[in-house]
Design a protein around this ligand. Structure first.
Ligand code: C6P
Length: 405
């Protein structure tokens, strides 16, 4: 059975809105996805029924809230098939998850001169933390170049590997090109040299089934708000063997075992990395989003979105002057494009006037823009609630806007 998109759309109240008198066509899902009613209601339910600080109180509500937060951890564990819930650390988002790894991994596993491999297509969130560590820990950054069609190649990664390489940090899906990187092969390559891999799954975990055990993945980072969950919550998956070796990232609250003014001992995993009051309302709502995705089925979601992406690419290519950025065959849910010499921002504004929400600019990937020799792109990004009719509206909108220049 295929997805019943008409019924799915009824779960997302925001999609029925009009913008400037036109039906909203929301194609900015790579920036953030909309939320189904069950997620919105979960937030209300937690605040209305079990709200209390977790892990602290002996009282009834605190026990329920703690149970809800820990159940959410197990839901996330199941979703990515982690071996243990100790390997699931709640953070504020993919950005914080990567910052956690960069800080704690470099501090405990790297010496000055050691090397971290990243790629040209990384989001700033997987570039800048390593640059900060370059200043603090003295690590060097090696960058995998991009091939013509926007892909990275295994042999280019292997070329950069040396006896000083400590980590490969790579995005699963590029938020600009939509390219799906061969993370299984990259992880395997790293392991042949005893090098762990951090996968930035911010743009993949909502589109592509991920099994961290099958992948033998060392670290995986993602955000709740890009997978139909609330903002302000994220996940770092880390293999227990690595997390055990890494020192805490932030200090205070739940991450301690015992404190005196002379010395503090730290809590066990995963609490060692969760300082302060965690977003236990957000975690419950994220778990609800995960259940929603699981109910639809990621395989069905993937196949629906792949068809939509193909349809969009074929239709957009019919527009005169259309240039699609990133022509790899392995793509997921994102199309970046330029039309003639039209500035993406100008085109984006005109589309906005037609009720069509796309993103314009460098998409927090300026080094990629430099490598491509462009300033920015227009980007349409899809979710399972988008339709071919919405793609038609985009194509018509872009065509109309292009004629205005
Ligand atoms: N990309 C986009 O419109 P946060 O902000 O922490 O939830 O996610 C950061 C992040 C990390 N990696 C990748 C590949 C991403 O795409 C993002 C967020 C958004 O493309 C906002 S810039």
């Amino acid at each position: 059975m295929e997805l019943n998109v008409e019924a799915i759309r009824r779960d997302f109240p925001i999609l029925t809105q009009k913008v400037f008198g036109k039906p909203l066509v929301y194609l900015d899902n790579a920036a953030t996805t909309q939320k189904p009613l069950c997620v919105i209601r979960k937030i209300e339910e937690v605040y209305s029924t079990i709200n209390a600080n977790i892990h602290r109180g002996v009282h009834y509500l605190s026990r329920l809230a703690t149970e809800s937060h820990e159940n959410a951890r197990e839901t996330v564990q199941r979703y990515i098939n982690a071996a243990s819930s100790n390997e699931i650390v709640f953070t504020s988002g993919a950005t914080e998850s990567i910052n956690l790894v960069s800080y704690s991994f470099c501090r405990s596993q790297c010496q000055p001169g050691d090397e971290i491999i990243i790629t040209t297509m990384e989001h700033h969130a997987n570039i800048v933390p390593w640059q900060i560590q370059r200043d603090i820990s003295g690590v060097e950054i090696k960058v995998v170049p991009l091939r013509e069609n926007g892909e990275i190649r295994l042999e280019d990664i292997e070329e950069l590997i040396s006896s000083k390489t400590r980590l490969i940090a790579v995005t699963h899906v590029s938020n600009v090109l939509g390219v799906v990187n061969p993370i299984a092969e990259i992880i395997r390559l790293g392991h042949t040299y005893n090098i762990p891999t951090l996968v930035d799954a911010a743009q993949s975990v909502q589109h592509i089934p991920i099994d961290v055990q099958a992948l033998d993945c060392d670290f995986l980072a993602f955000s709740s708000h890009k997978m139909y969950g609330p903002t302000g919550v994220g996940v770092l998956y880390g293999k227990e063997q690595w997390l055990e070796k890494m020192p805490p990232y932030r200090a205070g609250g739940e991450m301690i075992a015992h404190v005196t003014f002379e010395k503090t001992t730290f809590n066990e995993l995963p609490f060692k990395f969760e300082a302060g009051t965690p977003d236990y309302v957000g975690s419950a709502a994220l778990a609800e989003a995960v259940r929603y995705i699981e109910k639809l089925g990621l395989d069905k979601i993937r196949s629906y979105e792949e068809n939509l992406l193909r349809y969009a690419a074929d239709r957009l290519m019919q527009i005169e002057g259309m240039q699609i950025i990133g022509t790899s065959q392995q793509k997921s849910s994102v199309i970046s494009f330029l039309v003639g010499g039209i500035h993406p921002y100008d085109m984006g504004l005109l589309l906005d006037g037609m009720g069509i929400a796309v993103r314009t600019g460098h998409h927090c990937a300026q080094p990629l823009m430099d490598a491509l020799g462009i300033e920015g792109t227009l980007r349409a990004s899809f979710a399972f609630y988008n339709t071919e009719e919405e793609v038609d509206a985009l194509v018509e909108g872009v065509g109309k806007a292009a004629k205005m220049f």
